[in-house]
Design a protein around this ligand. Structure first.
Ligand code: SF4
Length: 72
């Protein structure tokens, strides 16, 4: 599990569940990139487009990406 705390958001990437197809990077290109093997990496120390990251998490076919707020 890769976890990154940014502002009030925590982004978790379950690398075991992830298939590495890269839909999340396509849906949130300002914040999520892909490594050399096609697995997601968080690009910044701060989320620029929280709505895009949330959409990427809700669209992940493997439920490998989750976004939590400090109130969750
Ligand atoms: S959309 Fe989900 S399964 Fe696909 S690369 Fe991103 S985290 Fe992995």
């Amino acid at each position: 599990m890769v976890e990154c705390h940014m502002d009030e958001l925590t982004v978790d990437i379950n690398m075991i569940a992830c298939s590495g197809v890269g839909l999340c990077a396509h849906l949130a290109p300002e914040d999520i990139g892909l490594d050399a093997w096609g697995f997601p990496i968080l690009l910044n120390g701060k989320i620029h487009s929280p709505d895009q990251v949330r959409r990427a998490a809700s669209s992940c076919p493997r439920r490998a990406l989750s976004v939590l707020t400090s109130s969750d």
